[in-house]
Write a protein of this length. Structure first.
Length: 329
């Protein structure tokens, strides 16, 4: 058991409310951060939407944490291209490595230097849905209720295969906005940073190895969220039934230089069997052929985007829970 009560982390991070909530909790425990490593410093700056979500959620933005705690931010090349350094840990004066919502693969030589104190935060219930953007994979596969959640695990040489330190199951709820689900996952991540991760680093909690070959790896691609000529009617209906806050686009064949992706929402109307005719765009809808039908879908206009701002969804959720006297997560 370690007598150490606080820890100093090197954090490899990408900007998200999950990252902010986790690091805020880490810092409030009396820990420190030696540096934030990121591929693009500009992406750590908060957008207007992120600032509004921060107000609605009471989770500070990442750039606010950087300013408050005077955390150095270092733009780095892809980690796999970094020149090996035998004393990286000493240079950074860090005893813990945390990777947060990043797609970067940490080289073996960096993992070796931090040993058991190299950890990753993964927004799914491992060993299921290893890989990038698991929340989107879970939604498109219809598995968000079963495997939605957050895992803190040790980093090893594989992708999301390290021993599990702790997890929280946070299933998607039917009818609940995608951004609310993400907020709930962020609260769970903060709780793991505050409790089990501290216990693990102090030697009070053991990590449990994953069974080799268990679970699955899944890499979602943007086209899976497109209504296009390759989708069936059932697949289109599934997409349009995904939680509010999930961006679904109609993908059409357009002349060079013309827009070919249009946000859509609502139900689908069946017109006929496929006709072979070109898509027909109006200010409010799109008629197009898919694999087994010609359909009409509604375009998502700017006013709808304003009304579905993530901050509004999170604020309504928190107010509803406050009125019922229920916990925020």
């Amino acid at each position: 058991m370690s007598l150490q009560n606080s820890f100093r982390a090197l954090v490899v991070v990408e900007n998200s409310i999950v990252s902010s909530a986790f690091l805020n909790s880490w810092l409030l425990c009396g820990n420190t951060i030696s540096a934030l490593w990121t591929r693009n410093q500009k992406l750590l700056a908060s957008s207007t939407t992120q600032k509004l979500v921060s107000i609605a959620s009471s989770v500070p933005t990442l750039d606010n944490l950087v300013k408050k705690y005077k955390i150095p931010v270092i733009r780095n090349e892809p980690l796999k291209e970094m020149q090996k350094s035998d004393d990286l840990q000493a240079q950074l004066q860090a005893d813990t490595l945390i990777t947060l919502m990043t797609h970067q693969i940490v080289p073996e030589w960096i993992i070796d230097q931090f040993g058991n104190r190299a950890v990753n935060v993964h927004p799914a219930l491992l060993p299921h849905y290893k890989g990038p953007q698991p929340s989107l994979s879970l939604l498109v596969d219809g598995q968000a209720e079963r495997y939605g959640g957050i895992t803190v695990h040790r980093l090893d040489y594989g992708i999301d295969t390290g021993a599990i330190i702790a997890q929280r199951k946070i299933p998607a709820v039917a009818g609940q906005d995608f951004n609310v689900w993400t907020y709930r996952i962020a609260l769970a991540a903060a709780d793991l940073a505050r409790n089990e991760l501290q216990a693990y680093l102090k030697g009070q909690l053991d990590a449990v190895p994953q069974v080799p070959g268990s679970g699955n790896y899944r890499k979602v691609v943007h086209r899976e969220f497109y209504v296009d000529e390759n989708k069936t009617l059932d697949e289109v209906r599934h997409l349009l039934a995904l939680p509010a806050g999930t961006t679904i686009r109609a993908a059409i064949t357009a002349p060079p230089g013309k827009r070919d992706l249009f946000p859509v929402l609502g139900k689908v109307t069946v017109i006929s069997a496929p006709t072979g005719a070109k898509p027909r765009l109006t200010p409010v809808s799109i008629e197009m052929d898919i694999r087994d039908h010609r359909i009409r879908v509604l375009r998502k206009r700017k006013i709808a985007s304003l009304l579905t701002n993530p901050a509004i969804a999170v604020a309504k959720y928190r107010l509803g829970n406050f009125g019922r006297g229920t916990p925020q997560a």
